[in-house]
Design a protein around this ligand. Structure first.
Ligand SMILES: *Cc1c(COP(=O)(O)O)cnc(C)c1O
Ligand SMILES: [Zn+2]
Length: 415
């Protein structure tokens, strides 16, 4: 298998950079994008070639910026797309599907981007893996670094869920908790990345490669729908990278002839009301989000100054989507609704997605006549503390049948 050029191009000034790890254009500080020769990919790729690939993101290697041979691979991707009729009925929707990314190796979609970034990092000769994280990326980078035998440093806000720290440290990573919000963590990491030439910060100097991993969500959704596009996709927003790249992924499928026509998939965003800079910018008609200071239980989405916020806004506007924002109470309700209707336990970000899907359905933005996909991006097992003490045993009884029938009686006739 031959991988594409894998060089970078500046989206603003168009300058080309060879195979390098760069955060922004060295010339104009514009955002960088991986360059592909789509005509060459179109000649090479077809449905059978993909079907013959591995059951992971690497089946789409023709559209990823790294060589699948020798990939840093724990089996990210190729997660189930589940038809959700019971949830659809509750929300007044028609054909609803859930992309269940709780099923990734470390329990979130971040395994897709990490696998691509660290594979590319090794190709470029980096020895150390690192990241600034709101939690899930920390887990994923630590696990993939262990798999690759790379030294690993992760930087997180100190108020992160306890579980996400344990499930990172277990892989042998050095976890540095920063007394500050994510944007401060990220700024510090950018400074460290400047000083440490052999450190691959997956979401900073490797960001252009990292982001490409998210396209695989779009590729899988289309493949799982029998190589058809959905009408509308609802995606949670932190930095805005996932949403932006899902949009790019759908359009690439048309470019290389894997789906018919060039119909635009509508993309809508989901944010927590306690950190909704992109939703606010959309509502205000602004082109660039104004930074906010996060205050929400959805810590994985708590980025007040989203790096790809502007690009996410463009994708939402140009695809006729919208962005909703859910309160912490609505987020908890969203997690419970998803769990009780479909048997999937999502983290707070999944609660945001379901709560926002409900809002968008009520507003008539997501419609009953559409084929809708909601992205469930992380497992609930890492954010159990969001429930506090509210979900416990229904009762504690003595180990006797009488005690149990008494309990049943109390359920039938509550006082
Ligand atoms: C990081 C993350 C997101 C959003 O990712 P961005 O690409 O930064 O917008 C969504 N859900 C979960 C669970 C995440 O960890
Ligand atoms: Zn430039």
């Amino acid at each position: 298998m031959t991988s594409p050029t894998n060089g970078l191009r500046c989206r603003e000034c168009g300058r080309l950079f060879g195979s390098k790890a760069l955060y922004v254009c060295e010339w104009c500080f514009g955002p960088l994008e991986v360059v592909y020769d789509y005509d060459a990919v179109a000649r090479r790729v077809d449905h059978a070639r993909i079907a013959g690939g591995p059951p992971s993101i690497w089946r789409y290697a023709d559209l990823l910026p790294a060589d699948p041979v020798g990939a840093v691979d724990l089996g990210a991707g190729y997660t189930p797309l589940i038809r959700a009729d019971r949830l659809a009925a509750e929300l007044g929707l028609g054909e609803l599907w859930l992309k269940d990314d709780t099923r990734n190796p470390t329990g979130s979609f971040k395994d897709r981007v990490t696998s691509v970034a660290l594979t590319r990092a090794r190709e470029l000769g980096f020895k150390v893996a690192a990241c600034a994280s709101t939690g899930n990326l920390a887990n994923s980078v630590a696990a993939h670094a262990a798999r690759a035998g790379m030294e690993c440093y992760v930087f997180v806000p100190a108020d992160l869920e306890r579980t996400k720290i344990t499930t990172t440290a277990v892989f042998g990573a050095r976890v540095v908790a920063i007394d500050g919000v994510y944007d401060e963590v990220n700024r510090l990491c950018a400074e460290i990345a400047d000083e440490r030439d052999d450190w691959a910060f997956v979401n900073i100097n490797l960001r252009a490669y990292y982001a490409e991993g998210s396209k695989t969500v779009a590729f899988e959704v289309a493949e799982q729908l029998g190589w058809e596009l959905p009408d509308h996709v609802v995606v949670p927003i932190a930095s805005g990278s996932l949403l932006t790249k899902i949009d790019k992924g759908f359009s690439e499928l048309g470019l290389v002839g894997l789906v018919e026509g060039d119909r635009r998939v509508r993309i809508s965003g989901a944010q927590a009301a306690g950190c909704a800079p992109v939703a606010k910018a959309l509502a205000a008609g602004a082109e660039v989000p104004t930074p906010v200071r996060p205050d929400t239980i959805a810590k994985s989405l708590a980025i007040g100054s989203p790096a790809d916020g502007e690009a996410a806004l463009r994708a939402v506007r140009s695809s006729s989507g919208s962005i909703a924002a859910a309160t912490d109470a609505e987020i908890i309700d969203g997690i419970r609704l998803l769990a009780r209707t479909e048997g999937i336990f999502a983290e707070t970000a999944g609660g945001v997605t379901i709560a926002c899907l409900a809002i968008l359905a009520r507003e008539g933005v997501v419609r009953r006549d559409e084929r809708v996909v909601a992205c469930i991006t992380g497992t609930g097992l890492k954010t159990v503390e969001a429930f506090g003490d509210t979900l416990g045993a229904s009762a504690v009884i003595k180990p006797s049948f009488d005690a149990f029938t008494e309990l049943e009686e109390s359920w039938r006739n509550p006082k």
